[in-house]
Write a protein of this length. Structure first.
Lengths: 238, 280
């Protein structure tokens, strides 16, 4: 069953066309990685899907889900560093989409937040100040917030950027477990090898769709080889 | 002066009508500024408060020059400025802080030019700059009561949304919270707070009511709820301490309140540091 259908989406960014004619679908239980070089429009596409940036043409249809029932883990920024908020306050805010016009959280919201923390093995962090957590703990809590919001789909924008290998592996493991439990995953990733290992489908973006299909198929394509070369060059240059 | 005498003097002062109006307006304005300030400081747009106070000064001076009533003239102008500043501070092309600086100094400049051209209104203008405890009339009382009802209502019924857009606007918007609407609402309420409080606290000092209490609260609290509540408590206590000190020592009310806020900030900083050190 289709959750979101994206048809002929074109988006501009600062006057330049960042994406043109992007068409793809997210199905129930999917595990899709969006890959592509720097500046290819990966994050822009994700923001377009979530209604955070306007589309210039094309459409995004929510079929098996609602906007308020999608979990989102934004690209890691300085947001939250030093911010006075307890972990519980942060995870609870994932429930806002459900609350509608209800001004306060109810018992179900509190239970969902507790449950999300528990599923990610972070229930001990509930009373800690968010701003004082380590990078890995912060991402885990933000994943819990996304999980508290999500019914069927979590969208993640470079969730492991800046984390050390051990923490990265742990976070990937958590994400994969959520996927095995039925949650569809749409992840923007810079790490092609991890994407090929973990994701079932690959969406290669570079100004438009270069490939969309099974990860095994993608591994054999020219695009994958070229992207791997690009990434390596970027790494060597950086 | 003994403590008994001091309380006697204060009791006498607080029995005057102008003093009671100053107390009501000051307490409410301090509370509103502190609550709105939590959002402005944490979203790193607190310079909007400063910008708005300069725009407010220009508007008040213009109102005096053309003989218009200050509040009805200044409130819509400053609200319009708030819309503009919020929009500019979000724009990706112009630096928001630079935009606020431009709006602030140009309104101040225009205000000062108007003042220098018109004869005989320098006394009023200097009271706008530095504040005067005598400035509050019954219109201010009504306006500050309405304003604080709006601010408290917003915080009571949208507290969770305000938290979400302050903490992570992208996420809040993705789950369907109308972030732009709330951001604008906060800016508009800040504009009204600044205009109402300005003539008592002074255009140069009013923005400190937005900045000091949240900063002080953030030194000792680690949750958003704690910071919000303590910011309000600190703001109201500092106002009451400041205005009492101003009565007893004959110092300007705005400056005395800001001095009390500064003491509170320093106290909270050392308490916060001591607590963190003791945990290590």
């Amino acid at each position: 069953m289709t959750l979101i259908r994206c048809t002929d989406v074109t988006m501009r960014y600062g006057g330049v066309t960042a994406l043109s004619n992007v068409t793809f679908e997210i199905d129930r239980g999917d595990n899709i990685c969006i890959v592509g070089p720097n500046g290819a429009g990966k994050s822009t596409l994700l923001k377009g899907l979530l209604g955070l940036r306007p589309l210039d043409s094309g459409k995004v249809e929510y079929i098996g889900t609602k906007r308020s029932e999608i979990g989102y883990l934004p690209q890691q920024t300085s947001v939250g560093v030093g911010f006075p908020a307890s972990v519980r306050e942060v995870v609870l805010s994932g429930r806002l989409g459900r609350a509608g016009f209800r001004p306060f959280y109810n018992r179900a919201d509190r239970a969902a937040a507790r449950d999300a923390l528990k599923r990610l093995g972070a229930e001990k962090l509930a009373d800690r100040p968010f701003g004082e957590l380590s990078g890995g703990q912060r991402q885990r809590v933000l994943l819990a917030r996304a999980l508290a919001a999500a019914d069927s789909l979590i969208c993640l924008d470079e969730p492991v950027a800046g984390l050390d290998p051990e923490v990265t592996a742990g976070l990937y493991e958590l994400i994969d477990r959520l996927n095995r439990e039925g949650m569809a995953i749409l992840m923007v990733s810079h790490d092609l090898d991890a994407a090929l290992q973990r994701a079932r489908k690959i969406l290669h973006i570079d100004g438009g769709v270069r490939f969309f299909g099974a990860a095994e198929e993608y591994a054999k394509t020219q695009e994958a080889a070229r992207l791997r070369g690009d990434v390596r060059r970027e790494e060597e240059a950086g | 002066m003994s403590i008994g005498e001091a309380f006697g003097t204060l009791g006498e002062m607080f029995s005057y009508g102008w003093m009671q109006r100053a107390l009501i307006v000051g307490t409410l304005v301090s509370l509103c500024a502190a609550l709105l300030g939590v959002m402005l400081v944490l979203r790193r747009v607190s310079m909007i408060g400063d910008g708005l106070s300069h725009v407010g000064f220009g508007a008040m001076a213009a109102a005096l020059a053309i003989g218009a009533a200050p509040l009805p003239f200044a409130v819509p102008l400053v609200i319009a400025a708030a819309f503009l500043l919020i929009r500019l501070s979000r724009s990706e092309r112009v630096g928001g802080d630079a935009a606020v600086a431009v709006a602030a100094s140009s309104s101040l400049a225009i205000g000062l030019i108007i003042v220098s051209l018109g004869p005989g209104m320098n006394a009023d203008v200097s009271s706008y700059m530095y504040g005067s405890v005598l400035a509050m009339n019954s219109q201010d009382v009504v306006l500050s009561l309405t304003l604080s009802a709006a601010v408290l209502g917003l915080y009571l019924f949208s507290y969770n949304r305000l938290f979400a857009i302050t903490f992570d606007e992208g996420f809040a918007t993705a789950t369907g919270v109308r972030s732009g609407l709330y951001g604008t609402l906060v800016a508009v309420l800040t504009a009204v707070t600044v205009v109402v409080g300005m003539r008592m606290m002074g255009a140069l000092l009013i923005s400190s009511l937005v900045v000091f209490p949240p900063l002080a609260a953030m030194r000792v609290c680690r949750s958003f709820r704690g910071v919000t509540v303590w910011s309000g408590v600190i703001a109201v206590s500092c106002f009451l301490v400041g205005i009492s000190a101003s009565c007893l020592c004959g110092t300007p009310v705005g400056a005395s309140v800001v001095a009390a806020d500064l003491v509170a900030l320093l106290l909270c900083t050392s308490v916060g540091r001591a607590v963190r050190d003791s945990k290590r």
